[in-house]
Structure formats: structure tokens, C-alpha cells
Design a protein around this ligand. Structure first.
Ligand SMILES: NC(=O)c1ccc[n+]([C@@H]2O[C@H](COP(=O)([O-])OP(=O)(O)OC[C@H]3O[C@@H](n4cnc5c(N)ncnc54)[C@H](O)[C@@H]3O)[C@@H](O)[C@H]2O)c1
Length: 366
């Protein structure tokens, strides 16, 4: 039976990918995760008992442990989702981003190269690297990123992802490792760690806390439901051409302010502010009144937009969710899963502002 090794499988996208792969393939899955602050077995509660799932607590930045994974599980494919992912944290301390996103990916590639070379045919093995549209930098008011857009990363996070992408490409060109890169726009959906915009806004709103919008709130992101991203990953893994890169995006550009306002509107329908005791206590009658503009993020990219023509025309990928449907489903999920929210937040993140660049550089890792 086919075995797929999914790194970062206890994180947001990885755990959604695990669920989709269980439903839509017959593969056995090896979930590899270091369980940093952002990863949790709470994200996998419903799948860990599945006989097709194995979990390995492994740090991809530990070279011998990574080589051991290939010897033990002999996978037919690797999907590399493991990463440090929060731009604000990369501003405060870039080191873990270099270590996991670049060096960790390098160790995976190196182990994969040696492993693939030991197989009867290199084509029996595939390495799919999950990347981001942030590697392309920032757009003005028009245009969108295609696969041939130049790489101009602006944050330590996007620089670390861009560096890793270059290594993945080099391993295809130099060693013939069968690689595919997917570059996706901003994801949202269930199980996203509450440091990211949408879950942070939902949870703060429910608790009557301020809804901090960076700068003027006019920064634009191209939102995609996580399940649609994961469908694109599986499709690219199965049908993508080796050595190629596929952009994945929902064509749902929204300013941050518009997203936050929409979250407030959905919450008013699900749990009206007038009936929410946390808001009542503070004399607040509408979720939208919690919106507050705060100091902008240093180097904040103004606009991202994806041209997904290639994956649409070559692989037949289409998003299934509109942004409106997907956001309503997501807000409802957070409202219905407060126990998960409390477990995931406890001792890990107090929702304080990050990313103003004040911390000294440290090799301490999360
Ligand atoms: N979330 C988005 O909007 C988005 C968009 C495009 C691309 N991506 C990419 O998708 C991937 C997954 O993102 P996410 O949003 O699920 O992130 P996440 O932060 O929710 O999850 C990352 C996971 O990686 C694990 N991890 C971190 N360092 C590790 C290490 N050294 N060894 C093993 N595991 C480690 C964490 O424990 C966590 O489970 C990342 O590569 C990210 O760059 C994310």
C-alpha cells in the first residue's frame, strides 16, 4: 500500500490534509511533526486512532532523525507542510524560520534524494513542497502572481520559504528528484492557530476583546478555504508534472478590514452581540465596535493575488467554496469548538501583539 509522509501534519493545513487524504485516497499516512506551539495532537483527535495513520514526533531540522524516517517508513511520497509560519514571529526572531523552513527542508531533500536513489526507479517517489504566494513579494493595485513572477520576498518568513523553494528546484534540476512545488495564497478554515487574522478576530470578538487591524486595514489578501488548498495539493501530488510549480488561489481578494467586518456580520447572525454576556459586561452592543486600528507590521506587503490558471487548466483544479460560504462555515466551526480553542490557546499564546521587531535575535526555538 502507498505511504505518504506528511510533515507538519499536526498543524492547520497539515491536519486538514490528513483528513482529506484519508477520505479521498487509500494511502497510509505518516504524520511527522515536532509539535511546536502551533502544532497539536488536538488537531488530529478524530484521526489518530485510524489504522492508516502513524504519528512520529520528529523535528525536520534534526538530520539523523529525518534520515531515519525514510529508513523506517519507506514512503512513496513526502508532502512538506512543516514550517514556522507566522510573519510577525519571523520579525521578532527569524532564526527558527531559517532552521525549520530552510535547513529542515534541506535535510528532507537530502534524505529523500538518497532514499529515491536506492529505489529501483526514482519515479516511484515524489516530493511535494508546500509553499506560499508571499515568496513573490507585494503587488500594486493591479495584476497577479503567476508561476513565472520573480521571487522578491520581503519578510524573514517569506525569505525562508523562498530559499527552501530554490533548494527544491535545485534538487530536481541537479539530482532528478521528482519534486513539485505548490504556492498558495492565504488560507482560512477549521483548526487554524488563533494567532492568524481570521481565528484571532473570531475569538477576540466572542470574548469582547479589541479586534486589532494593522495600519489602515487596506492590505489585500487572496483568501482560499483550507480544504480547497488541500485538494490542490493532492491533485498536484498525483497529477502534477515533476519539476513544476503550481500556484493555488481562490480569486477572493479582500482587504483585511472587509474580512474583519464580514466576521462581525456572521457573528451577529450566529450569536448577536446584544446577547453575548462578554460584550454586555463592557457595554458594547455590536461586534464591529471592537475594531481598532493598530501600528502597522514592519515591511507589511500591500497586496497578494494569485493567477491560478495553470493548475486550473492543466490539472482541472477548482475551489469548491466561495469566500462567503467558507467564512460562514469557519466562523461557525470556531463558535462550536470552544473546547478546542481553549485547549489550543492554553499556555501557548495570550493573543498579545507580536512582530514589532523589538526582541533580540535568539537561537531559542519555539
Ligand atoms: N496558512 C496559510 O495561509 C498558508 C498559505 C500558503 C502556504 N502555507 C504553507 O503551508 C504550510 C503549513 O502552514 P500552516 O498554516 O498549516 O502552519 P501551522 O503553523 O499551522 O503548522 C505548522 C506545523 O509544522 C510543525 N513544525 C514546525 N516546525 C517543525 C519542525 N522543525 N519539524 C517538524 N514539524 C514542525 C508545527 O508543529 C505545526 O504543526 C507551511 O509550509 C506554510 O508556509 C500556509
Amino acid at each position: 500500500m502507498e505511504t505518504i509522509l506528511i510533515t507538519g501534519g499536526a498543524g492547520f493545513i497539515g491536519s486538514n490534509l490528513v483528513r482529506l487524504a484519508l477520505a479521498e485516497t487509500a494511502a497510509s499516512l505518516v504524520i511527522v511533526d515536532k509539535l511546536t506551539y502551533a502544532g497539536s495532537l488536538n488537531n488530529l483527535e478524530d484521526v489518530l486512532h485510524n489504522p492508516r495513520v502513524t504519528f512520529s514526533r520528529t523535528d525536520i531540522a534534526e538530520q539523523t532523525a529525518v534520515a531515519e524516517l525514510f529508513r523506517t517508513y519507506r514512503p512513496q511520497a513526502v508532502v512538506n507542510c512543516a514550517a514556522e509560519t507566522h510573519v510577525d514571529r519571523s520579525i521578532d526572531n527569524p532564526w527558527p524560520f531559517v532552521e525549520t523552513n530552510l535547513i529542515g527542508t534541506f535535510y528532507l531533500l537530502e534524505a529523500a534524494r538518497k532514499y529515491a536513489a536506492s529505489l529501483d526507479a526514482q519515479g516511484q517517489f515524489r516530493f511535494l513542497h508546500v509553499s506560499t504566494d508571499e515568496v513573490y513579494g507585494s503587488l500594486g493595485p493591479g495584476g497577479s502572481f503567476s508561476e513565472s513572477s520573480p521571487y522578491t520576498p520581503n519578510s524573514p518568513y517569506s525569505a525562508s520559504k523562498a530559499s527552501a523553494d530554490h533548494f527544491v528546484r535545485a534538487y530536481y534540476e541537479t539530482y532528478g528528484l521528482q519534486t513539485v512545488i505548490t504556492s498558495c495564497s492565504n488560507n482560512y478554515g477549521p483548526y487554524q492557530f488563533p494567532e492568524k487574522l481570521i481565528p484571532l478576530m473570531i475569538l477576540n470578538a466572542l470574548e469582547g476583546q479589541p479586534l486589532p487591524i494593522y495600519g489602515d486595514g487596506q492590505h489585500v489578501r487572496d483568501w482560499l478555504h483550507v480544504e480547497d488548498h488541500c485538494r490542490g495539493i493532492l491533485l498536484a501530488l498525483r497529477q502534477g508534472k515533476s519539476g513544476e510549480q503550481y500556484n493555488i488561489g481562490g480569486g477572493s481578494e479582500r482587504t483585511n478590514r472587509a474580512v474583519v467586518e464580514q466576521v462581525c456580520t456572521i457573528l451577529e447572525e450566529l450569536l448577536p452581540a446584544l446577547k453575548n454576556a462578554a460584550l454586555k459586561k463592557r457595554g458594547i452592543t455590536a461586534y464591529a465596535d471592537l475594531v481598532t486600528c493598530v501600528t502597522d507590521r514592519p515591511g507589511h506587503d500591500r497586496r497578494y493575488a494569485i493567477d491560478a490558471t495553470k493548475i486550473r487548466t492543466q490539472l482541472g483544479w477548482r475551489p469548491r467554496y466561495t469566500f462567503e460560504q467558507g467564512l460562514a462555515q469557519t466562523v461557525r466551526w470556531y463558535v462550536d469548538n470552544r473546547r478546542w480553542c481553549e485547549a489550543i490557546g492554553a499556555d501557548r499564546y495570550n493573543r498579545a501583539r507580536l512582530g514589532l521587531g523589538a526582541a533580540p535575535l535568539t537561537k531559542d526555538r519555539s
